[in-house]
Each structure stands twice: as structure tokens, then as C-alpha cells.
Write a protein that binds this ligand. Structure first.
Ligand SMILES: Nc1ncnc2c1ncn2[C@@H]1O[C@H](COP(=O)(O)OP(=O)(O)O)[C@@H](O)[C@H]1O
Ligand SMILES: [Mg+2]
Length: 356
């Protein structure tokens, strides 16, 4: 197939996305596809040959992509590379996407995982991997996602939504420590743990620098897990145990800073319950294809709490979903092929051939 892997873009998770994109690009090439890797925002400034012929050109599209740094990228620096830009997709991005059989979305966070690219592609008749625009948008907002969980009876930590400049009272159901998080963040950017009122005020100040509405959640003390769901089936659960602190940006992307165990060592009944909640969370959010659901297991009550649904889960070398697939016997490149097939099936189901 002719495939464009779309990565980068303008999001705090830009570097993570480029790293996912690089892995997917190499895997799809290994699988025999004609693949182009593009940065959604930077696109392809100079083109010296017909666009169509680029799918067959001998170019290493991933050559300039390095790993994920310890800190999230400075987006102003990236924006400065396209002075005066008007549209988010960079030069030739939409043209190349229009020429391929399917776009493999390696985007994460804002402007990629939030449904807008999906909606644009739907209107343009461009096929893409992963779930559609509505579920992407719903899951981008943790406050809305949690309401969907509650509607389905899936436990999620008690929380309150706080608006910038508005006073609030911290309910007893939350207490300290608590977690402060932006509604539409990702990769733990804008997520803080507060031990007391002083820490809470500091965390709120930092979170409000990103967004005007912020969630304060009860901090669930206990083990952390994540479960990918593909076409309604839960993959083996992965346990995430950072050596220090919680699963923040650094612990997510610096190899060796978190111990990940898959399949997680859990009693059968608890594992089955978490997997059931993961499947239901995806159903509640209307996920098509695949997604990954994050959980905390309360060490006192033994109850599992769903935190969020990731509609374009990370595919970097240290990411969770590839490890879950490996526990099922799928290599990284087999997982990419699986995602591709699942996504193509989605279009067959919807349209029996036609796109719009
Ligand atoms: N309510 C909570 N209790 C304990 N830890 C939490 C809670 N919410 C988030 N965390 C920690 O913060 C991390 C990031 O939070 P999450 O809601 O998954 O947002 P993100 O989209 O940034 O991954 C989690 O992986 C977990 O380590
Ligand atoms: Mg998460």
C-alpha cells in the first residue's frame, strides 16, 4: 500500500509523535509498503519531482529524527520555522495524503489526537488509521471522558472542574494528596501531584498557564496499569512502575526510568475486571479500531479507577502498546500491520468502498 505516516505537528507531544512516526515508518517499510514520513506542520518545503513519484523514491524520511528529550519541546521554535503560516498542515501535506491509500496517524495530543485532523480527512475523503473524529474529540477532554465513564458505571477518581479565576472548595472526596491536570493535555504535560494547599495553588498556577479549565482529582495510591483494546478485545495488561514519582513526561520517555511488566502480575479476577473496564471505556467513548486506557488500582480498597482513553497511543521504542502486543506474540512491525488492517476494515464496514 502507499502510506503517509503523519507525525510531529504542533503539540506538546510533538517529539513523542516524531519518535512514534519514525518507528512506524521503518516497520511499514520492512513490511513492504511504499511509505513517506511527513511532519504535519513542516511538510515538504522543496519538491523537485512529481509528488506521486516520491512514494518510490530512495529517501530515508526518518533520517533527521532523534529520540525524545527529557523535556517537552518549545513550540515557538518550531512555529518560527514556518513564519506567517496560515494553515496547520505544512506544504504538500494534504496533497501527499490525498495520493496515498491510507494515512497512518502517529500524531499525539492537540491538533492530531483531538479529532480535527480526522474530521478534515473525512471531508477530504482521505483514509486514516485509528478512531474517528467524534471519539477522538471526546477523549481529548478528560473531563468529558470521565462523564462518559460514569455513565457506563466505570469507576473513575472523584474530581472537580476548576475554572481560571473562579473560587472553589476542595471536596472531602478528593482531599490530599490530589492530582491537578489540564483537561486536554497528554504525556503528563500539565499533570501535577499536590501534597497540600501550598502545592495545590502552585500546581493550579502552572496548569492554568496551559488551559483555562483544570481538573483536581483524588490521588489514587497504588499500582498503575494500562490496557490497549483492539476491535473490542483487551490486550494483556501492562504495569507501569516509575522508579521515582509518578508516570510524568520524563518517566514516560527516558528508557530505564520506569519498570514496565507485561503481562502484569495480577490475580485473575482483578485482571479480568480491569480488562472489562478497558473494553467498556472504549465502548463508552465510541472507539473504533484501537485505543489504550490508563488505570490506577487503589491499594486500600482494591478498586480500579479509569483515568483516560488514549486514542492514538504512543508507538515509541518505550511505549506501552507495543509491549502489550509483544506479550501476545506480535512484533512491532506486526502490530503496525495489525493497526493498518483494523483501520482498513473500519472503512469497509462504514462505506463498503466509498468514502463519504
Ligand atoms: N487520580 C490519579 N491518582 C494517581 N495518579 C494519577 C492520577 N491521575 C494521573 N495520575 C498519574 O499521572 C499520569 C498522567 O495522568 P493521565 O490522566 O493519564 O494523563 P496523560 O494524558 O498526561 O497521560 C498517570 O499515568 C499517573 O501516573
Ligand atoms: Mg495517561
Amino acid at each position: 500500500m502507499k502510506i503517509v505516516v503523519l507525525a510531529g505537528g504542533i503539540s506538546m507531544e510533538r517529539d513523542v509523535s516524531l519518535s512514534s512516526g519514525k518507528g512506524i515508518y521503518h516497520a511499514l517499510k520492512e513490511n513492504g509498503h511504499q511509505v513517506i514520513l511527513l511532519d504535519l506542520f513542516l511538510g515538504l518545503a522543496e519538491v523537485k519531482q512529481p509528488l506521486e513519484s516520491l512514494f518510490d523514491a530512495d529517501i530515508d524520511w526518518a533520517a533527521s529524527i532523534s529520540g525524545v528529550a527529557e523535556k517537552a519541546p518549545d513550540l515557538d521554535q518550531v512555529k518560527a520555522l514556518r513564519p506567517g503560516y496560515k494553515s496547520l498542515p505544512g506544504p504538500h501535506v494534504l496533497e501527499l495524503c490525498g495520493l496515498c491509500d491510507i494515512v497512518f496517524l502517529a500524531l499525539h495530543g492537540a491538533n492530531g489526537e483531538d479529532g480535527r485532523i480526522q474530521a478534515l480527512f473525512d471531508l477530504l475523503g482521505i483514509r486514516y488509521t485509528g478512531t474517528g473524529h467524534t471519539s477522538s474529540a471526546l477523549c481529548m477532554d478528560k473531563n468529558i471522558t470521565k462523564q462518559l465513564f460514569r455513565g457506563y458505571g466505570i469507576p473513575t477518581p472523584p474530581d472537580i472542574l476548576v475554572r481560571k479565576g473562579c473560587s472553589f472548595e476542595l471536596p472531602e472526596s478528593i482531599g490530599f494528596p490530589c492530582m491537578v491536570k489540564t483537561c486536554c493535555g497528554g504525556s503528563s504535560v500539565g499533570v501535577y501531584r499536590a501534597e497540600d494547599v501550598f502545592g495545590l495553588n502552585k500546581a493550579l498556577k502552572e496548569a492554568f498557564a496551559y488551559e483555562d479549565t483544570v481538573l483536581i482529582e483524588r490521588c489514587i495510591i497504588g499500582r498503575e496499569f494500562s490496557v490497549a483494546v483492539v476491535e473490542g478485545k483487551a490486550l494483556p495488561i501492562i504495569e507501569i512502575a516509575p522508579l521515582t514519582g509518578f508516570y510524568d513526561y520524563k518517566n514516560k520517555y527516558q528508557a530505564g526510568s520506569t519498570i514496565e511488566t507485561c503481562p502484569a502480575d495480577l490475580p485473575g479476577n482483578i485482571a479480568a475486571r480491569i480488562q472489562k473496564h478497558a473494553r467498556e471505556a472504549c465502548e463508552a467513548a465510541g472507539i473504533e479500531g484501537y485505543a489504550r486506557v490508563d488505570f490506577m488500582l487503589d491499594e486500600r480498597s482494591g478498586e480500579d479507577y479509569a483515568l483516560e482513553v488514549n486514542t492514538l497511543p504512543g508507538m515509541t521504542p518505550t511505549s506501552l502498546m507495543p509491549q502489550e502486543a509483544a506479550a501476545l506474540g506480535y512484533s512491532y512491525s506486526q502490530l503496525c500491520e495489525w493497526i493498518l488492517n483494523v483501520s482498513v476494515r473500519k472503512y469497509r464496514r462504514h462505506t463498503q468502498g466509498g468514502l463519504i
